[in-house]
Design a protein around this ligand. Structure first.
Ligand code: PYC
Length: 333
């Protein structure tokens, strides 16, 4: 039986995929995107798996559904989907979604160049520049970011002791800076990052609890951010973000850049107004900025912004049919 046909605009943000699903939206219950995300995860996770996993997707695949706004002041809402689940917030996903939606005529801003978007992690403001039919760049004023744990020690069997921080930028990141047992991301292969990240993440999850003070459904360390030397002109920092079971972000990672800026701000290495050009494993760049200081619960926090670009690479009509033994996808882990 045909379970659904999903039309998609496929794009990438600075190298990382964004599959904007333009039809087949499940009817989600809830007043907020956080509630709708919970409903999707309970009832419709098969849609995510079918569209993100092989053979229709791959280890790095991520995407989004655009929904009507939840709040009166908003233009639209985004539900993020990817191989590991539904992220509360995704920076590269937002840049790709907004670009693909505007260029495809699916979203029109009430005020050209400005949008207010509801996401599961809260509400974000967007600025974008359009020339003709193309969106040149998208700038996200992200949810507040804060450093949750500082200078914590993890003992990793086979690797040794690591000193790490944990920071929130829309997802919780364990951040590993170069040190005795980690020479920096440019000295490791992608295979090294894939090998050690799940082990470091598990050790951090077991030792360091993280629950967002405003939304307990946003909890737990999901991403590992490794730092190191830059490749590209103008970069202030470089990172490789591991997420899901086998994914390394090809973009500089919007929520990761937000988390990184919150870490550097709390440690006195960045201040309000500073720009931070952050580079990915492939050398692509986002421009981050610390827009303002704020608080999250009892934590000192920042309002980060991230600016980047995306390009549409194709259109897809994906069918999910029970006659296919792999209709709901698989992963080779
Ligand atoms: O850009 O926020 C991001 C992101 C999260 C996971 C992959 N990209």
């Amino acid at each position: 039986m045909l379970k659904g046909t999903f039309f998609c605009v496929d794009a990438h943000t600075c190298g990382n995929p964004v599959r904007l699903v333009t039809s087949g939206h499940p009817n989600l219950l809830g007043q907020t995107m956080s509630e709708k995300r919970q409903h999707f995860l309970r009832e419709y996770d098969w849609v995510r798996k079918a569209l993100m996993f092989e053979p229709r997707g791959h280890d790095m695949m991520s995407g989004a559904f655009l929904y009507p706004p939840c709040a009166d002041n908003a233009d639209a809402s985004i539900l993020f989907i990817e191989t590991s689940g539904c992220l509360p917030m995704c920076g590269h996903g937002t840049i790709g979604t907004i670009t693909a939606a505007i260029e495809s005529g699916l979203l029109t801003a009430k005020i050209p160049g400005k949008l207010i978007i509801d996401v599961p992690a809260g509400q974000i403001n967007i600025e974008y520049q359009q020339t003709g039919e193309k969106v040149d760049w998208v700038k996200i004023y992200n949810v507040a970011a804060y450093l949750a744990h500082q200078d914590k020690i993890l003992d990793i069997p086979g690797l040794g002791v690591l000193k790490v921080d944990v920071s929130y930028g829309g997802n919780y990141y364990v951040i590993v800076d170069p040190q005795e047992n980690f020479p920096g991301l440019r000295h490791w292969s992608a295979g090294d990052i894939l090998k050690w990240s799940p082990i470091v993440r598990k050790a951090a999850q077991e030792k360091l609890s993280c629950v967002h003070p405003h939304d307990p459904t946003v909890s737990g360390i999901s991403h590992v951010l490794w730092t190191g030397d830059t490749l590209s002109d103008g970069s202030n920092g470089a990172n490789a973000v591991f997420y899901g079971d086998k994914a390394i972000d090809r973009s500089p990672c919007g929520t990761g850049t937000s988390a990184r800026m919150a870490q550097l701000y709390t440690k006195g290495l960045l201040k309000v107004g500073d720009e931070y050009t952050h580079e990915s494993i492939i050398g692509s760049q986002f421009v981050g900025c610390i827009e303002a200081e704020t608080t999250v619960g009892e934590h000192q926090a920042i309002v980060p912004s991230i600016k980047g670009w995306a390009r549409i690479i194709g259109k897809n009509a994906i069918t999910v049919d029970d006659a296919d033994p792999y209709a709901y996808g698989f992963q080779v882990v």
